[in-house]
Design a protein around this ligand. Structure first.
Ligand SMILES: Nc1ncnc2c1ncn2[C@@H]1O[C@H](COP(=O)(O)OP(=O)(O)OP(=O)(O)O)[C@@H](O)[C@H]1O
Length: 742
């Protein structure tokens, strides 16, 4: 054992288990030891004789050397290669160490999601996963396995997934199949689809745009009888070749405002002119949004031979490489993965330089940490002035001369939240063309705009965001309550107004704390945050979409752009850090002129943030108080308290089990016989008691849940004046579902 007075634990020391035997012997002190965490109770009271801590090391094999007499006397250590790392990561993801549930106060501590990009966390983990699985795939290749094997490995992340999710992730595979099939002549397609098109929908409002039959059929099938205001305003310009910057409320149809001109450009051409050419690049801040945009564009161009693909992190890079080799016409991407795949490939970089359309969706979010660096690289590649100037010189980007003439490119920038300063500049037709910017402009929208190198000296700018920046059909409200009462009011709202509800929190710990409690209360609930595997994220989204009464607890990874059909309510369990986040979170409901409620749960500690938000949102009078029927709160409180208690006890038990398992395993490895006292085996009786307690509490909760919620004493329901009361009343009598379209 090493001489530094520390006991060390050997890990992965099973001979012949995934080990590469060709490695040579090593000196143990030269290895990367890492400290082992163990429960404090383990060595309590022992005379540890100078013991400091336990350390472990991965990928070491032990060999015993010597002849018959001396066998086992000499130990040698070999550094070996193991593929256990991948399975460790997988295990860590699928079964986190049980911990004590966090108290509300703690789990409500803020991660500043304006600056903290969860994607970076997951990206690192996934990069590791991805490179591991790629290595695995490559090694299969060496053994001569066929491509089907790759398919199995692509999402090698543990669980068996349902077909629906496979479908969702795998729409890109359809591109693969389609590109292999005979190319479709667009005129034939038009004939085919018009026969299937839904009759009886008047599309005359679209006539002025003279759209191709494929898109008209798509609009008909989707029953989009007229353009939304942002579409009506921007299409005449974007279709005639102008650059456009558009700001419009959430859910107002911005995707087609930038999507139609790209598709139209492709459909107006002969298939042979574009079939292998990358025409459009759409950059988005999140993966789910990229997948959603691709689906939306595919839906509108059904039965055409257009190839639209997503390039996003969290999905197998190998597969995305393979799809890229099929020459997509439109790529919807997150900047990070796009840069990862394109930066080392000159052919890809050249195809980027030739694009005819560049779109930045949710442009302002792209400025945030985690996106801007890669976006910067991409814009440097796309820059037309780069070869003539050293203004944007960047060491790590290959400065290859373009040997061909760059064709004109249209640029579209869209968001629901462009800042006021930028709007002012755009209104004043301030030119962003390659102007020198001062230090303060670094990383701002102004810098981004100048980097975009619009073809227009003044891009067309439309700002149709309402004064308070949220949809007219959104009813905004708040409940003032103590932090510890938030669970109760959340439960009150979701039971009193059942409907598809998205609950936003500011930390992943809060998601982990709330999900089991809501589950115990018999409500179907899912989580969505960036530390989740991409596959699990899509799966949860899919399930949430399928159940009209489901609840999803999400971090702000779900705040931008996601178009989930009929999200009726958004709850801000914790206040958003900025008014932009508030707008995007709330914008997950009340989309496409449908009604929706946004409810803020505001604790006393959040009051000053609340006032700032109202100021920025032009809501001098604040938000309306949501009417609460206090009569039934008492019975709800009992349920919530019981659910929280059960959850706490379950965590406690899991933790004891987990510690015991760890201890036994460790002792086995060291061949130490453990005392009953230490292993907690003597506590078996306590464990049994705890189980019994949980069982009886669950029984009690079940009985409470089966009883109707009866108001206690006289109902003290009070209703505030105005629209929220009206909406709450209408929600109660079920008459609020009026679906209006533009
Ligand atoms: N012309 C139309 N008529 C009716 N519905 C439409 C029309 N255009 C788009 N929609 C629908 O409106 C919804 C919102 O559209 P979209 O996702 O493009 O909004 P958005 O403005 O990009 O929102 P966000 O800012 O939240 O990303 C979608 O379900 C879309 O199918």
């Amino acid at each position: 054992m090493p001489s530094n007075n520390k006991k060390r634990k050997r890990k992965n020391a099973i001979q012949g288990d995934n080990f590469d035997k060709d490695n040579s012997f090593v000196d143990l002190d030269s290895l990367e030891w890492s400290e082992v965490n163990y429960p404090d109770s383990i060595f309590m009271g022992d005379d540890l004789g100078g013991f400091l801590c336990l350390e472990e090391v991965d990928d070491i094999d032990i060999e015993y050397e010597g002849n018959k007499e001396t066998q086992g006397k000499t130990i040698k250590f070999k550094k070996v290669k193991s593929n256990k790392k991948l399975s460790n990561i997988k295990n860590n993801n699928s079964c986190a160490n049980p911990e004590e549930p966090l108290p509300e106060e703690e789990s409500s501590k803020y991660y500043d999601l304006d600056t903290f990009d969860e994607n970076i966390l997951i990206e690192n983990k996934e990069m590791e996963l991805s490179s591991q699985s790629e290595k695995k795939v490559t090694s299969y290749d060496n053994f001569g396995n066929n491509e089907n094997q790759h398919e199995e490995d692509e999402y090698d992340e543990g669980e068996n997934d349902e077909a629906s999710i496979e479908d969702e992730i795998d729409v890109d595979s359809k591109m693969e199949e389609e590109s292999a099939s005979t190319k479709i002549n667009h005129n034939q397609t038009i004939k085919g689809t018009s026969q299937n098109a839904i009759e009886g929908i008047d599309l005359s409002a679209w006539d002025e745009f003279n759209l191709s039959p494929i898109i008209m059929n798509g609009l008909k099938t989707l029953k989009f009888d007229k353009p939304t205001p942002i579409q009506a305003k921007t299409l005449p310009f974007s279709l005639s070749g102008r650059d456009v910057v558009g700001a419009a409320e959430t859910g107002s149809g911005k995707t087609l405002a930038f999507g139609i001109p790209i598709l139209e450009f492709i459909f107006k051409k002969e298939a042979k002119d574009f079939e292998n050419q990358l025409i459009g690049l759409i950059l988005t801040p999140t993966r789910e949004l990229a997948v959603q945009i691709r689906d939306h564009l595919q839906n509108i161009s059904k039965n055409s031979s257009i190839k639209i693909m997503t390039i996003v992190g969290g999905m197998a890079a190998q597969k995305q490489q393979r799809l890229l080799s099929k020459h997509p016409n439109v790529i919807v991407a997150t900047p990070g993965r796009l840069w990862e795949l394109f930066s080392e490939n000159d052919a890809y970089l050249n195809s980027l330089r030739r694009i005819k359309f560049l779109v930045l969706d949710e442009a302002d979010r792209m400025l945030e940490t985690g996106h801007f660096e890669e976006l910067n690289h991409i814009l440097t590649v796309l820059s037309r002035t780069r070869n003539k100037t050293d203004e944007w010189a960047e060491d790590d980007i290959k400065k290859k001369e373009c040997t061909y003439e760059l064709s004109p490119r249209q640029t579209f920038v869209f968001s629901a939240t462009l800042n006021n300063k930028l709007k002012e500049d755009l209104k004043r037709k301030k030119s962003f063309k390659s102007k020198k910017l001062n230090k303060e402009s670094e990383g701002t929208m102004a810098e981004l705009m100048s980097r975009l190198e619009f073809s227009d000296s003044d891009p067309v700018f439309f700002d149709i965001t309402p004064d308070d920046a949220v949809a007219e059909t959104l009813q905004e409200s708040k409940i003032d309550c103590l932090t510890k009462e938030k669970d109760l009011y959340m439960y009150y709202f979701i039971t009193r107004y059942p409907g598809r509800t998205l609950i936003f929190v500011n930390s992943i710990d809060a998601i982990r704390r709330l999900i089991p409690i809501i589950k115990l209360l018999n409500i179907e609930v899912f989580g969505l945050h960036a530390q989740m595997q991409q596959r699990q994220r899509l799966k949860n989204l899919d399930r949430f979409k399928q159940n009209p009464k489901a609840v999803m607890i999400a971090s702000d990874v779900a705040a931008r752009g996601l178009d989930i059909p009929l999200v009726e309510h958004v709850i801000h369990y914790q206040l958003p850090r900025s008014s932009d986040i508030y707008i995007h979170r709330s914008g997950r409901t009340a989309r496409a002129r449908k009604e929706g409620i946004s409810l803020m749960l505001c604790s006393p500690e959040e009051q000053s943030l609340y006032r700032k938000l109202c100021l920025n949102l032009n809501k001098a009078d604040g938000l309306r108080d949501f009417p609460v029927d206090r009569g039934i709160l008492y019975s709800m409180k009992q349920r919530i308290q019981l659910a929280r208690q059960i959850d706490k006890e379950e965590h406690k038990m899991q933790k004891v089990n987990h510690d015991n398992d760890w201890l036994k395993k460790t002792a086995q490895e060291f061949e130490i016989e453990l005392d009953d006292e230490i292993t907690n085996d003597s506590n078996r009786g306590n464990q049994k008691q705890a189980k019994e307690k949980i069982r009886s509490m669950k029984f009690e909760l079940k009985s409470l849940l089966s009883q109707p919620l009866i108001p206690r004493g006289v109902s003290t329901k009070y209703l505030t004046s105005g629209i929220v009361r009206d909406l709450a009343d209408r929600l109660l009598d079920g008459s609020s579902r009026k679906y209006k379209y533009y």
